[in-house]
Design a protein around this ligand. Structure first.
Ligand code: SF4
Length: 437
């Protein structure tokens, strides 16, 4: 439900308890700037959302009497995690205090309190319910884990997905696999050809933060992949199998194994969709996979501009133009192309980024933007990219509207679409509540 008055700023005490400061309205950060948040942008914190305390940071808000932006002296800043399917429009606003440590790799969306509820500036960008918190039954997941481990006792990938992904990291995609539904993860690569500042699976020891996942430490065989993905494609509702996960390096470095697996899978089943989540660095490999039967690609990027991409990804033996080429190739083969666009309010909606995104869409024939929240400490990110001024942003919501107006065919979302959606049936089936589980 919309609100008619801005929510109040939140602060956390030394014990981590959260309170509201009724002398300040919650403000939002875009790039290096802090502004009031329009009332229309606030929604109730969706189910599955949580709060973070931000030690070493004082909350900034808009004084309820003077309208000035000022810090609260009552405690530490608080931010929200907005759950999958939602895109945050403003970051939490705070003042970093001396000695504050770099924040771990999560997204820090603004949050406030009004009428007994938490509110966040966000939009629901995806209607698919595949990672809804209420859809996970722990007992059913454990049952699925036991059954699939017993069915594939020698399969190292199933073991990895069970022990590391589903049970330790509570990865929503892995948990869905053990529940026998939707998108099934297929991590394949222990190595990478990029060195992302905020890599979630491997960071050098000298960095001030650690990666949030342990990276896959073996190379699976095509047989291990085929063994558990064919039954999933055959029996799961709206099935997808996706190479390239948060717990691995770059899947295109394993393209020969992926190619072999795709060819083998398609001998057994024509059902479902085969997708790759990738940095898009190897167009030739992408072409080989398209020939083998790849249905869709999702290329991750922090920016549509080479100037912002390169200092973040720090690629070893490829360049930004390779990721553009990979998208073009999949499009040429009739596949589905998405970008996993890391949304950072103030950067993603920067006028120069908007122009670059328009060019990218035009040049590649891009079909979908997955507007995902960028998991990174905002000050650290801007510092590492050496961005001293972020200028006057367009606004994330307005950016979304402008792109849609110019490119009405572009789909917005948060997840890789199943074949049924690619073929245009998903909206009808979803609207009819027929998700098959
Ligand atoms: S491309 Fe992915 S795995 Fe490679 S460094 Fe970047 S985030 Fe890490």
């Amino acid at each position: 439900m919309a609100i008619t008055q801005s929510p109040y700023v939140l602060y956390a005490d030394a014990q981590g308890q959260v309170f509201e400061d009724e002398t300040l309205y919650a403000a939002g950060r875009t790039g290096w700037y802090v502004d009031p948040i329009p009332e229309a942008d606030w929604i109730e914190l969706p189910e599955g959302g949580t709060l973070y305390n931000l030690p070493g940071r004082a909350p900034l808000g808009v004084d309820v009497e003077t309208g000035e932006v000022r810090p609260s002296s009552k405690g530490f800043a608080v931010a929200a995690f907005v759950p999958p399917a939602h895109t945050g429009l403003y970051l939490a606003a705070y003042e970093q205090l001396p000695g504050a440590e770099v924040l771990p790799l999560f997204c820090y969306t603004a949050v406030g309190w009004r009428n007994g509820k938490f509110y966040v500036p966000a939009v629901r960008i995806e209607q698919d319910i595949r990672q809804e918190a209420s859809g996970y039954d722990e007992a059913m997941i454990r049952k699925g884990v036991d059954e699939l481990r017993a069915a594939y006792p020698h399969n190292r990938l199933v073991e990895h997905l069970a022990c590391n992904c589903a049970l330790t990291y509570t990865c929503p995609a892995a948990r869905n696999f053990f529940l026998g539904r939707w998108e099934c993860p297929v991590p394949v690569s222990p190595a990478c050809n990029a060195n992302c500042v905020g890599c979630i699976s491997l960071l050098p020891e000298e960095e001030p933060i650690t990666a949030s996942h342990d990276r896959l430490d073996f190379k699976p065989t095509a047989q291990e992949i085929v063994e558990y993905t064919v039954p999933h494609l055959e029996s799961a509702p709206f099935p997808i199998i996706s190479f390239g996960q948060g717990c691995e390096g770059e899947p295109l470095l394993m393209w020969e194994t992926i190619r072999e697996a795709i060819l083998e899978i398609r001998k057994f089943t024509s059902k479902g969709s085969i997708n790759i989540n990738t940095n898009g660095s190897k167009p030739d490999a992408v072409e080989a996979l398209c020939k083998a039967g790849l249905n869709s690609i999702r290329v991750s990027t922090n920016s549509a501009q080479e100037a912002w991409y390169t200092p973040y990804y720090r690629p070893n033996n490829y360049a930004f133009e390779d990721i553009v080429e990979s998208l073009k190739i999949v499009n040429r083969y009739g596949g589905w192309t998405s970008i996993n666009y890391f949304v950072f309010p103030g950067m993603t909606d920067h006028p120069a980024e908007y122009e670059a995104l328009r060019r990218l869409i035009r040049e590649t024939g891009l079909k979908m933007i997955q507007w995902r929240n960028f998991n990174i400490d905002p000050d650290w990110y801007l510092g590492r990219l050496n961005i001293a001024d972020t200028g006057d942003p367009i606004g994330v919501k307005r950016l979304m509207a402008l792109i849609k107006e110019e490119f009405p065919h572009i789909q917005y979302g948060y997840f890789n679409p199943p074949m049924e959606r690619i073929r245009g049936n998903f909206e009808r089936d979803f609207a009819g509540g027929r998700l098959g589980v």
